[in-house]
Design a binder for this molecule. Structure first.
Ligand code: BGC
Length: 742
């Protein structure tokens, strides 16, 4: 039986150790704990991250998410020798992240070099009930001979971000006789982090000691055959982001949990997870159970990557699973991750838009610095809302030169992406209060930016020197995606200004002028829409080698970034992204032609590419390609590449699996201001069922190849468009679809 709600690791393999540490993270949006093994291995990257805790290391231009002191590591000594799977013999091994309960468990049967055999069970979870709580447990059973056991565990402040130490230790001690406590402060940003932890062992002696940036407890006991020894550990984390006295709060939390067992807390947390799954799970009937696992995996991570608790934070490109992209926030949030929230609990998307609203000042500053008006949102942002994109990327190992990152200077489409998401939020939620105030402000300020961003060329307005979504094409003019999105941005602003009686005449006049004169690239004689002014005149090369190693950015080892820029090579969906967002802009024939043309030139080196191609291919009726793209997108984190996710999961890619299922195969869209359903399921799927929030009503949609069923509990009628036909939904609609019509 394939388990579709568990991620399973069947063998111990150091090669996949860091990848699985990202995949199997336990978290709750406040914090994330990498699934590093309790025992140490060289090159293992541990990680505990709290949303919003960033710091800038001396000499660095941008901040990064801080790897906080660790509370999950354990040194286990048996008869004086450290337990480690490199030694002795492993008779059985299984690690499992239960996506439905949020608990990660590892069971091992192991024999040491002296022939003594033990069974270990390690478990942990981050509480879904109490954001600040991490619970872990180890049980050890000796299976044949008696052995002496020592366990060292505590708060380990030796953790760094790959060598960069971001915290100073301020106050470390034992309180109440057995609570280890530590107060740390980020060196530049000044956040305080208070941590407290207490262990409860079944028997034996306990003492404490302090090491270099470590506060440790030591448990000693005798393992007797058949008798299980266990240590339960409860740890709390608070920071000055939400607490005036983070250390006091953490200690108080641990004190209040005296006598409460791991199991009780785990059951409470698992129960909370059940409510999440009841309102957010997509249930598939597929020939390939892996599809269901991939969607559950995506849903789990979408849930644990989102800081529901605080609108000053947003979702990082790796969630809270690793240090990739320094924990920064990109357009990934608004276009790839937020839709999941919009259609499952719209308030959560409002939180993410509020993050942008609260950081308008950073966007004003950036616009002003660059000579523009309005809001130019940073390409990468963190806690302050200022631009955080590093100036340089990794070293090119052939030239030894650092590659400059141009995104901060030119990847301006993020401005329109945020505006697009704002409109989508309103259409699906009908949240007038938000739209009238925060939404309209976002729209107006982003429009002001676009209006000031254009220059005149032969009586038309053009947008020069940008980077579109395809980051392998830098500093080009009139990127089609950017121009169409900017047009939509301004058009929608004028629409909502009128709706809410905003009479800012100057903006209305300038907005109309912009709409009248903005150059919008059209299909040429061959029906190809130029990605930008320069693209079609550039040479093509054979990309098969790079397409095979997609995701690796291997092309940058053979060519400099500049050379790549000068060729017809796409990193990711660009026009195809435009087709996805605006399905009615061009005829199906034009979309089909361009999908084929541009896909041939796309390496899919970005994880944001594949699932978007799946959606557009499905709409074009190329079901086989669509399903293939979808399955390949599932493999970005879950596939065989042992290092693909070492630095964290691909948050936008996981969001896009949800998009591909709902907006692609299930065919959900917004038609005018109404919900439309026009499914076209892959041949391998018999049915798909999902909850969907629309206009604050909770719908349940069940689709098969020949039937669409939509239900809701409230009796308020609503019109939805099913396979092109307007239908009135009160509580239930069931529609048979004759084969060939969907
Ligand atoms: C992609 C961007 C994306 C970023 C963070 C880059 O590789 O090209 O589109 O926003 O990764 O996920």
């Amino acid at each position: 039986m394939n388990c579709t709600n568990c991620l399973i690791e069947k063998k111990f393999d150091v090669n996949t150790m860091n990848k699985n540490a990202s995949l199997m993270v336990v978290g709750n949006g406040y914090l994330g704990v990498r699934a590093a093994f309790e025992e140490n291995y060289p090159e293992q990257t541990r990680g505990l991250y709290v949303a919003g805790i960033y710091n800038k290391a001396p000499g660095d231009a941008s901040t990064e998410i801080v790897n906080l002191p660790d509370v999950c590591g354990m040194k286990i000594e048996i008869d004086g020798q450290a337990f480690n799977l490199f030694n002795g013999q492993t008779h059985s091994y299984r690690r499992e992240l239960n996506l439905f309960t949020g608990e990660c468990t590892r069971s091992i049967e192991w024999e040491n070099e002296q022939g003594k055999r033990f069974s270990f069970v390690f478990s942990r979870f981050a509480s879904k009930v109490t954001n600040h709580l991490i619970a872990s447990k180890v049980t050890i059973t000796c299976m044949n001979e008696t052995a002496e056991l020592t366990i060292h565990t505590g708060i380990d402040g030796q953790e760094t971000n790959h060598g960069k130490q971001h915290t100073a230790e301020k106050d470390v001690r034992i309180t109440d006789g057995d609570i280890m406590q530590g107060l740390y402060q980020t060196i530049e940003s000044g956040h305080e982090i208070g941590m407290a932890t207490r262990c409860t062992a079944t028997s034996g002696d306990q003492d404490f000691y302090a090491g270099n940036r470590q506060l440790m407890a030591r448990y000693k006991g005798t393992l007797t055959p058949g008798i299980t020894y266990s240590v339960e550990k409860l740890s709390a984390v608070h920071t000055t982001l939400e607490s005036e006295q983070p250390l006091v709060d953490s200690v108080a939390m641990i004190q209040s949990l005296a006598g409460v067992s791991y199991q009780t807390l785990r059951d409470q947390s698992a129960e909370k997870w059940q409510t999440v799954w009841a309102s957010k799970a997509i249930t598939l009937t597929s020939e390939n159970p892996f599809d269901q696992l991939a969607i559950h995996f995506a849903t789990y991570h979408l849930e644990i990557m989102t800081p529901f608790h605080d609108r000053r934070m947003s979702v990082a490109a790796k969630g809270l699973t690793g240090e990739g992209y320094k924990g920064h926030v990109f357009w990934d949030t608004e276009l790839f991750i937020a839709p999941f929230h919009l259609y499952t609990d719209a308030d959560n998307m409002k939180r993410l838009l509020t993050y942008r609203y609260m950081h308008l000042q950073g966007a004003f500053n950036k616009a002003k610095r660059n000579g523009y008006e309005g809001a130019l949102f940073p390409w990468e942002s963190a806690f302050t809302g200022e631009e955080e994109t590093p100036e340089f990327a990794a070293i090119n190992i052939k030239t030894g030169k650092r590659q400059p990152v141009a995104s901060a200077a030119a990847e301006h489409h993020i401005v329109a992406d945020i505006a697009f998401a704002t409109v989508q939020y309103y259409l699906a939620s009908q949240d007038h209060d938000f739209m009238k105030k925060e939404g309209l402000t976002l729209l107006k300020e982003t429009s002001r930016f676009w209006i000031s961003r254009t220059t005149e060329r032969n009586g038309q307005l053009v947008i020069n020197n940008v980077i579109g979504p395809d980051e392998y094409t830098e500093y080009i003019d009139n990127n089609a995606y950017t121009n169409y999105l900017a047009y939509y941005n301004v058009q929608q602003t004028l629409h909502y200004m009128e709706k809410y009686g905003d009479t800012d005449q100057e903006l209305i006049k300038r907005g109309n002028d912009f709409l009248e004169k903005l150059y919008l690239p059209k299909p040429n004689d061959e029906q190809i829409i130029p990605q930008d002014d320069q693209f079609l005149s550039r040479p093509c090369i054979d990309l098969s080698k790079y397409k095979q190693s997609q995701g690796s950015q291997g092309i940058l080892l053979d060519y400099s970034r500049h050379e790549v820029n000068e060729m017809q090579i796409l990193k990711q969906a660009d026009l195809v992204m435009l087709f996805y967002l605006m399905p009615n802009l061009f005829s199906e024939a034009v979309v089909k032609k361009n999908l084929c043309f541009y896909e041939q030139r796309t390496i899919h080196d970005s994880s944001l590419s594949k699932a978007i191609h799946a959606i557009v291919a499905n709409r074009c009726g190329d079901k086989e390609a669509a399903y293939r793209f979808f399955q390949e997108a599932c493999m970005i984190d879950l596939g065989g590449n042992p290092h693909s996710s070492d630095a964290g999961i691909h948050a936008a890619s996981l969001g896009s699996l949800w998009l591909a299922t709902i907006f692609g195969f299930a065919g959900i869209s917004i038609a005018g201001e109404q919900l439309a359903i026009h499914p076209d399921l892959p041949a391998a799927w018999q049915a798909v069922r999902f909850p969907l929030q629309w206009h604050r009503e909770q719908l349940v949609i069940t689709l098969s190849h020949d039937k669409i069923v939509v239900s809701k509990t409230s009796a308020t009628p609503m019109t939805i468009i099913i396979a092109g036909e307007a239908c009135e939904l009160v509580n239930l609609i069931e529609k048979k679809i004759p084969r060939g019509q969907v």
